[in-house]
Design a protein around this ligand. Structure first.
Ligand code: ATP
Length: 680
């Protein structure tokens, strides 16, 4: 599992993974690449002239501070810093920021330290440039990559003195920093547009740098721009604002975060990971529901889900997508119904994650929940599987059951598949051991019932139990995943390891193993060319041999040859039965022996060991066996091979009955493809 980037912290969670029915996944960084770049900026114009707002387009999708800014007419801005709003956007981005952007000469690329959102803003500040001579691209381009990385950001940090700050938190969804410059205090604030715009009373105008009051129609226009950035262009949006403060103020409080002046709205690209679509589709075919839980805006999250392409079967997100506040306003009964259909839960705070886990658990769901922040720890602890991000906080990791080294949603799904496969292999191991033990019991029992001599002596049984069964059983643990491991519904938590049908299968196989072993013994006495060719009734009356007159010596019942044949039948039939256990229900033609080379190796090793005790003295004496002839080996193979045919027939029934059951379950409309949904 570690190779799949899923580091398991608590072993039982591997078993729980196979029972997971709902995965609640973060959006940012888990479904997306977390390679953020500002792509759009919206600012407000002087209210008397022209359109109310202007939009700028920024090129460049990496952390390289290289990109061009175009205005809404498509013209390139040679000196973006001459635009008052862009200049303030750059200032706010550089100062209200905790991240670092640096150039790594070893990897020849720009690297981030800190949050991607903040680094994207630092890169934007570099792209906007500086007022005056320094802003000229040619001047900046002359710098070394190391100096260029944060040249403009450092300029702003030298111009202002940071006095105090209020860190970003997921509950407030914003961050503020109080700075001072030339006897003037100023607060720069950035955060979720809903949190910022509602606190703004003024607006900075781009065309003349003046400040005007934020009229209702401008608010409405900004709201429309936000919806378009988030919903149409799948941009992660942040609003930037500022406020003049008296120079004497040395600290900032929440009360200061009001009557702000709006600077601009920025929209960031954060593309979805390529592998997420298939991972989500695989969850759906495995009967696992995915709920995207994010602190981000509803429109951005819905648009991203559409972009991923895994929710194409849904007409729209009505009744399936809720913000935390919308959900909280629902009456209790509707909340229960909403939970059954929900696929998107947006603008959540960490406390909502715990609430979601508890509510889903009340509906008997087995919940996997992702998280990275300190405040996510209670939800991770509460979830059946708490999954922390490798890039997350130590607190989240210590509260989790599993850590995703690469933060990738696809790794959760790979871990679920692996968890299911490990459980299946455990079941196969148990199944193999049970059927071979039933075989031994049946063999002894049938021999006693028929009244024939003891087919196997204790030391031979010990050999079969400890050596010839042990090696293949261990190798079964290395079975590859079944091709349909993610096509069956999640296992119930309280589901028995061996259900009625499986037990019946063990009994059938075990009975065959036992009967074949006895048959090998009887064959040697009755039919073998090298045997005594006794009539069957002589064999079953062997215990009265010494009291009767016979044409053969009674010592033939002490011959080691027949029990060697039956012991070898037992060993060979077990080797074939081990191949049966490559998969619970898949045919050997689909999952071939080569899919588990460990098993092939263990079978070869077991046979070598067995041949060793048959043909090498004093081992053959120790195990009461004798060398076998070709004729013996041929009959042994004839008696052993049918175990494969019997299990193939049983597997065929398992596959078909399960197929019917699962397709019935898939009649759930939310899992149907769009076309079928329409027909319905
Ligand atoms: P996830 O999908 O992992 O929950 P998210 O990053 O979208 O992640 P949050 O981190 O809770 O969600 O962020 C919520 C909102 O807060 C974002 O949509 C963004 O507008 C804003 N935001 C994010 N990071 C910062 C930051 N460093 N400073 C200010 N505002 C931020």
């Amino acid at each position: 599992m570690a190779r799949l980037n899923a580091i398991v912290r608590s072993l039982p969670s591997v078993e729980t993974l196979g029972c997971t029915t709902v995965i609640c996944s973060d959006k940012t960084g888990t479904l997306t690449t977390n390679m953020m770049s500002v792509s759009k900026i919206c600012v407000v114009n002087s209210l008397q002239l022209g359109p109310t707002t202007s939009e700028f387009h920024v090129t460049g999708t990496t952390y390289a501070p290289e990109g061009i800014i175009f205005d809404s007419a498509g013209s390139q801005l040679d000196f973006p810093a001459q635009s008052p709003c862009l200049l303030h956007v750059a200032m706010c981005s550089a100062l209200c920021n905790e991240s670092t952007l640096q150039y790594n000469p070893d990897k020849s690329n720009y690297e981030k330290i800190g949050e991607s959102t903040e680094v994207a803003l630092r890169v934007l500040a570099e792209k906007v440039g500086l007022p005056g001579f320094d802003s000229m691209p040619s001047a900046l381009n002359k710098l070394t990559k190391h100096d260029r990385a944060s040249y403009c950001n450092h300029y702003w940090e030298n111009q202002f003195k940071k006095v105090s700050s209020l860190d970003f938190s997921r509950d407030r969804k914003m961050m503020s920093v109080l700075c001072s410059r030339m006897q003037q205090g100023i607060i720069f604030i950035k955060g979720a547009p809903e949190s910022i715009i509602s606190r703004c009373s003024n607006v900075l105008c781009n065309d003349d740098g003046s400040t005007a009051s934020l009229a209702p129609h401008v608010r409405a226009e900004l709201e429309a721009r936000l919806q378009s950035f988030a919903g149409k262009e799948t941009l992660r949006c942040l609003a930037l604002a500022m406020k003049w403060m008296p120079i004497e103020q040395q600290s900032i409080s929440y009360d200061d975060e009001k009557d702000l002046t709006f600077i601009g709205l920025v929209g960031m690209l954060d593309p979805p990971r390529d592998e997420v679509r298939n991972a989500m589709l695989s969850c759906m075919s495995a009967g696992i529901r995915v709920i995207v839980v994010t602190g981000d805006n509803k429109a951005t999250a819905e648009s991203l889900c559409r972009q991923i392409g895994a929710f194409d079967h849904l007409e729209d997100f009505a009744g399936r997508s809720y913000t935390a506040s919308e959900f909280e306003e629902l009456p209790a009964l509707q909340q229960t119904l909403a939970l059954q259909r929900m696929v998107l839960f947006t603008r959540v705070e960490p406390s909502h994650k715990k609430m979601l886990v508890e509510a889903l658990q009340r509906q008997n769901e087995v919940v996997a929940m992702t998280g990275d922040g300190v405040n996510d720890a209670p939800a991770l602890k509460k979830a059946d599987i708490g999954i922390a991000m490798g890039s997350g906080t130590a607190v989240a990791k210590s509260a989790s059951d599993m850590v995703l080294a690469d933060d990738n949603f696809a790794s959760i799904v790979a871990a679920v598949a692996e968890g299911r496969a490990i459980y299946n292999n455990t079941k196969q191991f148990i199944r193999y051991m049970i059927s071979s033990n039933i075989g031994e019991v049946v063999c002894i029992f049938v021999a006693a019932m028929l009244g024939i001599p003891e087919t196997l002596v204790p030391v031979q049984l010990l050999w079969v139990n400890l050596v010839t069964d042990g090696l293949p059983a261990t190798a079964i643990g290395f079975n590859k995943q079944d091709s349909d491991v993610m096509k069956v519904k999640p296992r119930k938590v309280n589901e028995a390891v061996v259900n009625g049908w499986l037990f019946f299968r063990y009994l059938v196989i075990g009975a065959y193993v036992g009967l074949a072993t006895v048959a090998g013994f009887v064959w040697w006495f009755v039919y073998s060319e090298n045997g005594p060719k006794l009539p069957y009734h002589e064999l079953i009356n062997f215990d009265t041999c010494s009291t009767r007159e016979t044409t053969y010596p009674c010592t033939i019942f002490e011959d080691r040859h027949p029990s060697t044949v039956s012991m070898t039948v037992l060993v060979v039939v077990e080797m074939f039965n081990a191949l049966n256990n490559l998969s619970e229900n898949q045919s050997l033609l689909v999952i071939t022996p080569w899919s588990n080379l460990w098993l092939v190796g263990s079978i070869i090793l077991t046979m070598v060991l067995h041949i060793l005790i048959l043909y090498v003295q004093p081992l053959s004496v120790l195990f009461s066996v004798t060398p076998l002839s070709w004729a013996d080996w041929t009959v042994i193979l004839y008696l052993s091979f049918p175990v494969i045919i019997i299990d193939e027939i049983l597997k065929f029934f398992s596959r078909n009955s399960r197929g019917v059951r699962f397709s019935l379950r898939l009649r759930r409309p939310d899992l149907l493809p769009k076309k079928e949904l329409h027909n319905k």
